[in-house]
Design a protein around this ligand. Structure first.
Ligand SMILES: CCCCCCCC/C=C\CCCCCCCCCCCCCCCC(=O)SCCNC(=O)CCNC(=O)[C@H](O)C(C)(C)COP(=O)(O)OP(=O)(O)OC[C@H]1O[C@@H](n2cnc3c(N)ncnc32)[C@H](O)[C@@H]1OP(=O)(O)O
Ligand SMILES: Cc1cc2nc3c(=O)[nH]c(=O)nc-3n(C[C@H](O)[C@H](O)[C@H](O)COP(=O)(O)OP(=O)(O)OC[C@H]3O[C@@H](n4cnc5c(N)ncnc54)[C@H](O)[C@@H]3O)c2cc1C
Length: 643
């Protein structure tokens, strides 16, 4: 199962090596993080980043190894935006000449870049950005300016204190005409002493949610006062401005300016399974250690993992972690395919890639953020201790529901794609993830054939149920929309229904990709069978949770919905004997898990007890401040017993 989870034996061995490298290096210690003040915390992150980079250089790590190293260091840092957005943006939107100039500097970390798109006043609405880039043909330069307070760049990671350069998204003005938002490489700080260059005001935006957590990142604010940059620092793959001040567009679609977001959304889906599996690993191991009630004749109490309520909350999350792992693998393939096509100027699959990355980013991050919090509750009171690892994991993870596109805004993008597909059904055969809509007539007619709980153990029955639900919800939205004279007004009015239809479509993708994965050759005795059980748990859990949808569209009867739930209970009993092995298969070190509750050896209580004494409050028996603030109260002389 470890190999199935990792994807291959080579990846398992490679990631294992990186995990141990990090776990055995004292520089990467992370347990004191929540106790540190902001300055100390940030300096420590800079130290870790420098040490990580040194390891990459000294040990000549490959790109793949470096990515695993970053994962196991487990600390958000400016390097994420440099490698994860600044460099990919230049790769995707720069001309050959620009790539030749900037990429070697960035890849050797001679410059440090961030992705400065969001402003104080606008994040989701990229076309609403206010920063301007006005072309000055006399000087052959752009003038970058922040005309209003709300045009201040606000949020970019790495901007606050670390970056020397930023990829700034600004409205292009040539000859007094606006030409939409474009990307510009702007130097922010001196390469000698790191001080801000003239016309640049830059700093950190302040503390964020949770102790430690995302506060290792210097999310920044940035203002420009007529800052001049050479013309060739506008990324010009999509459109160009000539020396003479002529604006020209190439055949490349304008949406490619949003390409970096498509790339990062794909990586976020891949990472969702890592965050969720980590929380599930902690909650599962602890649920086997923890005992409450049920002692008979003085024997041991019941392990909480044996309660059906615990199983019905925990096992769907375990199954979701596997489901997200496999859909992430598929999405990575889809992205690589689109990337190759784009390089050959084939843009035909870009809308599908945009819809899939947006929708799956939204679906998986929402489920993961909720899932981490559920795991905290599954661990009872001890889950609330920082030493459980769950509060910090939650605090670091939740912004994923917002960054790289607010999850609702992204589902509305999926809705546009679905509505367009439905409206074109008469003359255009849908392909890819919407191919099922080509069978819409059958899906609208056929009803579920399940008669017994056993009948639900059939991939065909499951896929058809999810297809029928998604198709019927999409068609219902299409019919409602047709009643509006103005389609945009209709879209705004029906937005909540459209979001639900998008969720149904995205869940279908995850379920289908899990089932497709099981059609592959999966070596190892019993591995495929265990994955099949998890796949059924994932699908039937969703079906149970959203049974209202399945019933409302008229595909299922209430009896069939109940049978699905009966089957789900049986499946939980099948997961139980392998639950610990299924989380051990993630192959996480204790260092990466960062949790006393999730320790591999299960030695939870002695370690919790030991850790309590390490809290700074326990440095002395009598607390600092006692004599000043508590003792006077204890010693006060009140005139009467009543206040
Ligand atoms: C201590 C550690 C040390 C380690 C040291 C080691 C060193 C490490 C070495 C190596 C390691 C590598 C590490 C890498 C790590 C990577 C991690 C990365 C982590 C990233 C963290 C994330 C940070 C967050 C960053 C951000 O948030 S950036 C800002 C993101 N902003 C958004 O997402 C904004 C959302 N809004 C939008 O996307 C758009 O505005 C909109 C909502 C889509 C609307 O746009 P618009 O109004 O223009 O469009 P529409 O009118 O709605 O649509 C027009 C048509 O365009 C189509 N469309 C829209 N978007 C796209 C798109 N993206 N692609 C394609 N097409 C698109 C749309 O469908 C419409 O089409 P049509 O056919 O209907 O016309
Ligand atoms: C930790 C973190 C790191 C970040 N890093 C970066 C970075 O490196 N670079 C960068 O450029 N940005 C970064 N961002 C910014 C991030 O991309 C934006 O916050 C995000 O895109 C959401 O935009 P917003 O803040 O404008 O939200 P808003 O759009 O203001 O959202 C507020 C509410 O309005 C709703 N809403 C908005 N529009 C619509 C609509 N059309 N229909 C229905 N509902 C709507 C949303 O659903 C939400 O509920 C980061 C943000 C965070 C939290």
């Amino acid at each position: 199962m470890k190999v199935a989870w990792a994807g291959s034996r080579e990846t398992l061995e490679l990631s294992d090596r990186m995990a141990k490298l990090v776990a055995n290096d004292p520089v990467f210690e992370k347990f004191t993080r929540p106790m540190l003040g902001r300055k100390e915390l940030f300096k420590n992150t800079l130290r870790k980043a420098a040490h990580g980079w040194k390891l990459i250089v000294d040990l000549r790590l490959t790109e793949e190894e470096a990515k695993w190293l970053r994962l196991y260091i487990d600390e958000p840092a400016y390097t994420d935006l440099h490698w994860g957005m600044f460099i990919p943006a230049i790769e995707g939107q720069g001309t050959e000449e620009q790539k030749k100039k900037w990429l070697p500097l960035a890849q050797k970390m001679k410059i440090i870049g961030c992705y400065a798109q969001t402003e104080l006043g606008h994040g989701s609405n990229v076309q609403g950005l206010e920063t301007t880039a006005t072309f000055d043909p006399q000087a052959d330069e752009f003038v970058i300016h922040s005309p209003t307070l709300t045009s201040s760049k606000w949020w970019p990671g790495g901007l606050g204190k670390a970056s020397t350069h930023a990829l700034v998204y600004a409205r292009l003005i040539v000859g007094g005409e606006f030409h939409g938002v474009h990307g510009f490489i702007v130097q922010l700080r001196s390469l000698e002493d790191h001080s801000p260059l003239p016309g640049i005001t830059v700093g950190d935006i302040g503390l964020k949610f949770g102790n430690g957590a995302y506060n290792t990142m210097d999310n920044g604010v940035l203002r420009f006062d007529h800052v001049r940059i050479p013309r060739n620092q506008m990324l010009m793959r999509v459109s160009q401005v000539t020396k003479e001040g002529k604006y020209m567009q190439s055949d490349v679609p304008r949406q490619l300016i949003y390409g970096t977001m498509v790339y990062v959304r794909q990586t976020i889906v891949v990472d969702a399974s890592k965050a969720l599996s980590r929380a599930v690993c902690i909650a599962t191991r602890y649920s086997a250690v923890r005992r409450q009630f049920g002692s008979r004749n003085g024997g041991p109490e019941t392990q909480v993992i044996d309660y059906k309520t615990q199983q019905s909350r925990l096992f769907p999350l375990l199954a979701s972690a596997y489901a997200f792992r496999f859909v992430g693998e598929w999405l990575k393939w889809l992205y690589m395919d689109v990337k190759q096509r784009l390089e050959a100027n084939d843009f035909s699959t870009l809308p599908e890639a945009h819809a899939c990355t947006a929708g799956l980013k939204s679906l998986t991050t929402t489920a993961t953020a909720d899932g981490i919090e559920e795991c905290r509750k599954l661990c009872g009171g001890h889950g609330y201790l920082v030493s459980s690892g769950l509060p910090e994991l939650f605090a670091v993870y939740i912004p994923a529901c917002t960054y790289e596109g607010d999850n609702v805004v992204l589902l509305l993008q999926v809705a546009r794609f679905i509505v367009k597909t439905v409206s074109e059904l008469g003359y255009k055969q849908p392909v890819g993830t919407t191919a099922y809509m080509g069978r819409v007539a059958t899906l609208m007619q056929n009803n579920c054939a399940v008669r017994t709980a056993e009948d639900w153990l059939n991939p065909g029955a499951i896929v058809e149920a999810f297809e029928a639900r998604a198709a019927r919800m999409a068609v219902a939205c299409g019919r409602q929309l047709a009643k509006f004279e103005n389609p945009e007004e209709g879209f705004a009015e029906l937005a909540s229904d459209l979001v639900e239809a998008s969720v149904a479509h995205c869940q279908l993708i995850v379920v289908s990709k899990f089932i497709e994965k099981l059609q592959q050759d999966i070596p190892g005795k019993g591995v495929k069978q265990s994955l099949e059980i998890l796949c059924y748990v994932y699908a039937l859990f969703l079906l149970h949770k959203h049974q209202g949808d399945f019933l409302a569209v008229g595909y299922l009867t209430p009896k069939q919905a109940l049978l699905a739930n009966d089957q789900l209970r049986t499946l939980y009993s099948k997961v139980r004997p392998n639950a610990i092995a299924l989380v051990d298969s993630f192959n996480y070190t204790d260092h990466y898990l960062g949790s006393i509750l999730g320790r591999y050896d299960g030695n939870v209580y002695p370690k919790l007890y030991e850790a309590a004494w390490e809290d700074p409050l326990n440095d002395s028996d009598v607390a600092d401040g006692f004599h000043q603030y508590v003792q006077p109260i204890l010693k006060q002389k009140l005139h009467s017993a009543k206040l």
